[in-house]
Design a protein around this ligand. Sequence first.
Ligand code: NAD
Length: 300
Amino acid sequence: MRTVGRIGFVGLGAMGEPMATQLAAAAPVLVYDVDQEKARRLAETVENVTAAESAAELAPAHMVICMLPSSAIVEAVILGPAGLAEVLAPGALIVDMSSSDPRRTVELAHAVSERGLELVDAPVSGGVRQARIGELTVMFGGSAAQLERCMPAFEAVGSRVVHVGWVGAAHALKALNNVMSAVGLSVACEVVEVGRRFGLDPNIMLEVINSSTGRNHATETKIAQYVLSGSYDSGFLLRLMLKDLGIAAELAHDVGAETPIGQACLDLWTRAAEALPADADQTRIAEVLQGDIVREGGDA
Ligand code: NAD
């Protein structure tokens, strides 16, 4: 593995914690999370990791990766008081690996460029399982030279890197991918529920569907594992998926595209988010479709 200089990493949640752990095998990593206990714990358990108590303490890093819930939080960490834009040395590169809003990413890249910094987008797919083994897919938005600069870090967290286009392009693609992921999960939960009520065995349904034309990522990797098992712990929050559906809907609106399926999915997940706790896993959309949470007409 090629080595990289000192890297800053902000956001040690379900994805950030395993990603920072993988990175630490390639380079010294300075980690920060608003929940300081997460940073302290990682520094205690993983070699090459040092905990920072604020974003300002990431000042020595030549590259800072953000793995945060939303554009609003990424902007606060970068442009807020004593934020990255204030403390990083000119020439430093900020890599937003969160699933952010592409239009806000373009604006943010412009804002940091006025302070001599660069910002690129590099969202990931694969989820927590792939993050733990360093096999994420990384989508990249930025120049070829910027990609070259990021490659050693990407090689540490991912097994596939795709140069999607300009800054913001990768964030757009990530949101669009997640529309398909949410629609696939929703329809899988829906048909399994219809079959169950008719008296079919959901496990037999999956066995057939997974060797038939109806199979998708959810039928293969989520329904048996997280829904039928009752564990509801895929590691991706329902409210984060809802954020991605909202980003994609705004994108579609901006380009004048009709998205009846995406819109129906957005409506369903909005109702689900209103009815379920803030920390509900995405797979709990099944409970909504089972009628346990939201009855027809949207009443909780
Ligand atoms: P998460 O909610 O588990 O983690 C977010 C982390 O950010 C938390 O540790 C939180 O304390 C920290 N944080 C929040 N505000 C902060 C601030 N102001 N300063 C510093 N730290 C702050 O989320 P996650 O599942 O790790 O997802 C992170 C991003 O990656 C999201 O944009 C999500 O949409 C995307 N994503 C998630 C998955 C997944 O499977 N979980 C997969 C691909 C992409």
